[in-house]
Design a protein around this ligand. Structure first.
Ligand code: AMP
Length: 268
């Protein structure tokens, strides 16, 4: 049975009744098979799973899409039930932020590059809510998608640097058959924009192994038709690229929708 709870007291009492290893999967709702993959892996690896559905205003800039962010709670709950989730936490903004927090988590230098450069305050807002939800759910392990690779990297750094002790598991990106990474924001794409959006995944897979110059040139070639925010090649921890396993990351605007994607590559 899947319990749906919206306030702290009911979450705490649900949490108390669930003994054993507890997993959490944090989402902003509008769930799709990418989220389901996280829920299913958590279900398979932990004794219990709590999903959270909360659109976190703290991580949206003033000109971003907070107001138009899709909300599909009934369908989301069906996906959580199908995945065998024990409890879904669906708090309102007031429950998470009884007062606007004056203390926020500083994401440090890794939070200032890539998406952090384009979205000031985004990662501080994200880390602050992740910290709060880890505390409120008292989870032993948390599952996050590699789709948001910089987010995953920063959460690992926060847990390490603040001695939080939670295990963080990264789950590979789930894609449409044609390569497009699943995202709650894909629903905003018109058919023509969706076609143009394929440039992102094509760019990431254009040259899976080669010199840094070859990888960047092959990717750049695919991105000529989109409004590129960044294309970056880094080491797996988002530091300067060196020969060996690396990460290729891209962000672009297609119409009014900002999309991000990334993939592992091998630098020779
Ligand atoms: P969101 O609701 O978009 O904030 O995402 C909630 C979680 O689902 C995050 O850990 C995301 O990285 C993850 N996620 C979103 N899209 C995908 C995808 N296509 N494949 C795997 N994980 C995903």
């Amino acid at each position: 049975m899947t319990l749906v709870v919206a306030d702290r007291a009911r979450l705490a009492s649900a949490r108390q009744s669930l003994t054993g290893r507890m997993a959490v999967v944090m989402t902003m709702g509008a769930l799709h098979p990418g989220h389901a993959a996280l829920l299913q892996q958590a279900r398979a690896e932990a004794d219990h799973v709590i999903a959270t559905i909360f659109v976190n205003p703290l991580q949206f800039g003033p000109s971003e899409d907070l107001d138009r962010y899709p909300r599909t709670l009934d369908a989301d709950l069906d996906i959580c039930r199908a995945a065998g989730v024990d409890a879904v936490f669906t708090p309102t903004v007031d429950v998470i932020y009884p007062v606007t927090p004056s203390v926020r988590i500083d994401p440090g230098p890794t939070g200032g590059i890539l998406d952090g450069a384009s979205r000031p305050g985004h990662f501080a807002g994200m880390l602050t809510v992740v910290h709060k939800l880890l505390r409120l759910t008292a989870a032993d392990v948390a599952y996050f998608g590699e789709k948001d690779y910089q987010q995953l990297t920063l959460i690992r750094q926060m847990v390490r640097d603040l001695d939080m002790g939670t295990e963080i598991v990264g789950v590979p990106t789930v894609r449409e058959p044609d390569g497009l990474a699943l995202s709650s924001r894909n629903r905003f794409l018109s058919p023509a924009e969706r076609e143009r959006a394929l440039a992102l995944s094509r760019a990431l897979h254009a040259c899976p192994g080669g010199t840094a110059e070859e990888i960047l040139a092959a990717a750049g070639n695919e991105l000529k038709g989109v409004d590129l925010d960044y294309l970056a090649l880094t080491d797996p921890l988002l530091g300067p690229v060196v020969p060996g396993p690396a990460r290729l990351l891209v962000a672009a605007r297609v119409g009014t929708t900002r999309l991000i994607d990334n993939a592992p590559v091998e630098v020779h």
